[in-house]
Design a protein around this ligand. Structure first.
Ligand SMILES: [Zn+2]
Length: 294
């Protein structure tokens, strides 16, 4: 029954409708399940983070291996912070409140209600002097609508974003996936009408994944003529290292580190993204001090 979970996670990129439309599609069940296990996510928190992770996984395949993409949603709901970072299909993220289970009357997970009103910040670090940062108002907090609006208003690319996550009765993720349709400049009204008709007739994306649809099958649902350009594996991955946190503590400065030595005697740092705990004892802290002096 739960076909989606056995499928490999990957993104497919295609050109369709006589090369006037770019399509991304993804199956992301395993990476969302990885996030769910890492953070102990309840269903609505899982759907919220899973949807953002899926958009990030799709978009980040466009960037080079050393370019980083960050989505940060600050809002006023039960989940008031959602952060996702991505680097060429490798994604990691967290939500401020992992234990939210809210449903609408129709039984759907109430992601928009859990997130509430607020802002979507998109930060692109392309190894230039300064990262690019843009902010848009959230539209519904349902994620798909919010990214649709972001692409149209900030990137001047008319788009349609669909993302979905289904959760099993035991809270594990049974299916997750998404698509992004983007119109190229000069796309005709005729094509737009065709796409609108398709979007109105397809089943929800999470249902497609749970029925075993691959990213190629999703593209087939969205377009009659298409050409697959590339496929990229995607996964949940945290690149944090002990060395990075060591440098992080060092950057606090001499006075702060001396305070830590005199009070707790050690520093404990928890990675927000993978929940790994790093402990720096007195010897570590003293070596930081001597490194600073150098
Ligand atoms: Zn980590």
């Amino acid at each position: 029954m739960f076909l989606g979970v056995n499928m490999k996670d990957y993104v497919c990129k295609a050109l369709a409708y006589n090369k006037m439309v770019r399509i991304y599609s993804a199956s992301s069940t395993n990476l969302v399940e990885e996030a769910r296990k890492t953070h102990g996510l309840w269903p609505t928190s899982c759907a919220a983070l899973g949807r953002v992770l899926t958009v990030a996984a799709m978009i980040s395949t466009n960037y080079k291996a050393d370019e980083h993409l960050t989505f940060r949603i600050e809002s006023d709901g039960m989940i008031d912070l959602t952060v996702v970072e991505a680097c060429h299909g490798q994604v990691r993220g967290f939500v401020s409140n992992p234990e939210v289970f809210l449903q609408y009357n129709n039984g759907h997970l109430a992601v928009g209600k859990a997130i509430g009103k607020g802002y979507l910040h998109v930060i692109k670090d392309l190894n230039l002097k300064q990262p690019f940062s843009t902010t848009v108002d959230l539209q519904t907090g349902e994620i798909g609508d919010d990214f649709t609006y972001y692409f149209a208003s900030s990137e001047q690319t008319p788009s349609s974003v669909g993302v979905g996550v289904l959760v099993n009765p035991d809270n594990s993720c049974s299916a997750a996936g998404g698509f992004i349709l983007q119109l190229m400049p000069g796309c005709s009204d005729d094509i737009i009408t065709k796409i609108e008709n398709k979007l109105n007739s397809i089943m929800p994306i999470s249902e497609m994944i749970s029925k075993g649809y691959t990213p190629e099958d999703i593209i087939k649902e969205l377009a009659d003529d298409y050409e697959i350009l590339e496929k990229n594996d995607i996964s949940y991955y945290c690149p944090c290292t002990r060395d990075r946190f060591y440098k992080g503590i060092m950057s606090l400065g001499k006075k702060e580190i001396e305070d830590i030595i005199n009070t707790d005697g050690k520093a404990e740092v928890l990675c927000n993204f993978c929940k790994k705990n790093y402990i720096f004892d007195k010897t570590d802290l003293e070596s930081m001090l001597s490194n600073i002096k150098k």
